[in-house]
Design a protein around this ligand. Sequence first.
Ligand code: SF4
Length: 440
Amino acid sequence: MTDQHDGVDKPVQPGGYFPRCQHTKTYAPFTRKLLADQQQDQSYQKRDTTATKEEIRVDTTEAKQYFSKHLLDWYNVHKRDLPWRRSRNPYYIWISEVMLQQTRVETVIPYFHRFVEKFPSVEALADAPEEEVLKAWEGLGYYSRARNLQAAVREVKEVYGGRVPDTQEEISSLKGVGPYTAGAVLSIAYNKPEPAVDGNVMRVLSRYFLLRDDIAKPATRIGMERLAKELIPEGEARDFNQALMELGATVCTPKSPHCLTCPVIEHCAGRMEGAVDALPVKTKAKPPRPEKRAVAFIEGAGENAGKVLARQRPKEGLLARMWELPHVLLPETIAALGPESDEAAMRCLSESLASEHGLEVEPLAPMMDAEHTFSHIHWQMRVYRCRFAGLAGRAAENGSAAGDSDDGNVFLWFGERELEQYALPNVFVKILKQAGSYRS
Ligand code: SF4
């Protein structure tokens, strides 16, 4: 009888855990010794997991050969034609991998084309003003990726003469380059046998090898990286790593995986065990902290007619140096955004903008609601149409950014030219589009 599992780690009797096929009642042709191997590794011994060394015993040779061969054969026939796959230029591959983090392939493709057209080389990106890079990234989110990429590319230009490093040590020392990006660039661009393990890959390996370790834990990732490296056939790192990513993205999907078309179904231990839906095991991250915010939509008059007042965020922190509509955090006494809290929210908006930024406005009426989720914060926003009444101590510049924004007190009237030039976080682009102020 097939063992049933609830997706939670549980101790296994020594020698008593071998996944069987649901139909034939026979054992999988290999069992796993991954954890036994990992026991010998000092770093892995420190992991916090309930899995035991008896739990997994693998004939890795057979598992590797089967998995790698069938996966590669499948990839050679089914791989998607993606723009970054037409090149082995490590700079292009690096850009694509950074863009693909947290972002879907379909979304990335047009951004990738525009980005490499605008910044076709390490030198072009290194020498570009940050504003231009952020503008090219506008809409992709997670803007620290763009800033780190440019900082790292500048180092590549200065330290490595413009050549993206091809060793683990050198590439990993670049800003923002973690184990996944390093492995992806080294393997795809240089065919080096380095693993590239992201969430997709951990899902595939968890299911195929029936690994119940919590993939949110760093120690599990280390173990997965070792396993993924063992699986790379000699001389095939480039295709194998991409095949593994491709399987995770298109077949072994988070929900309703397409097992019947999977090239490695025959020996997939997770499927034999009926545990696919419970894998991978991942503890839930803390939900983002909700924040209620009032946003000021301030239209200009006279020479600024048709423009909207924008503020540049401070040099450091969330969305550093990006432009936005001025907004303030509302107190917790405002339980919900809506008609019943408009009066209090508008009062708070005008008082906070005046005291924090020297910006005098008169909120007139609510315009729309919006929201945006960061990894750790969820902004619930209500936008109020406001009348501009003055900017104490400094005038809002008309047409050029006014100096460096250490404290976030740089304001600028945004017309079409500024919207083309400066980067705004997506949520403000959406607000401006809905208000008819942003056309593109
Ligand atoms: S058989 Fe299903 S669960 Fe197993 S690796 Fe393939 S798609 Fe994933």
